[in-house]
Write a protein that binds this ligand. Sequence first.
Ligand code: FES
Ligand code: FES
Length: 154
Amino acid sequence: MAMHKITLTINGEHEVVDVPSQWTLLQMLREKLALTGTKNGCTTGECGACTVMLNGAPVNSCMVLAVECDGAEIVTVEGLAHDGQLDPVQDALIEAGGVQCGFCTPGVLISARALLDRNPDPSEKEIQDALVGNLCRCTGYVRIIEGVKQAAKL
Ligand code: FES
Ligand code: FES
């Protein structure tokens, strides 16, 4: 198995990682770096549970090879809170009741944070569009959308 040494920034930390050439970013995060907040739902790019930020944009980490991330900046759900304070979108999603089983939540939070970073005052349609790749089997989406709306006001 060919190994590659890659250098990247994950949640603000400089990391040097040896990864097999065929490993996905999702595998590297969960199996090499123990960042298990990022979930493995489908491994086929359908569910969004594995969403992380890659250079500021949300991506399905199951569809990105780890070696493609050499030099990249990655943010996972573990990187959203700062100094013991949850990100406003985390607080708002909890407050709105947008978390049930929680399996989709890390991906939803990353997609929502990426949206609010590029558009701090999104319309409901823009929130729906930003979350279209994040499937949730529990909430019916209404409370998730409400949480993102509330986060935009914080
Ligand atoms: S696990 Fe990546 S999209 Fe489902
Ligand atoms: S809260 Fe269960 S899948 Fe979304």
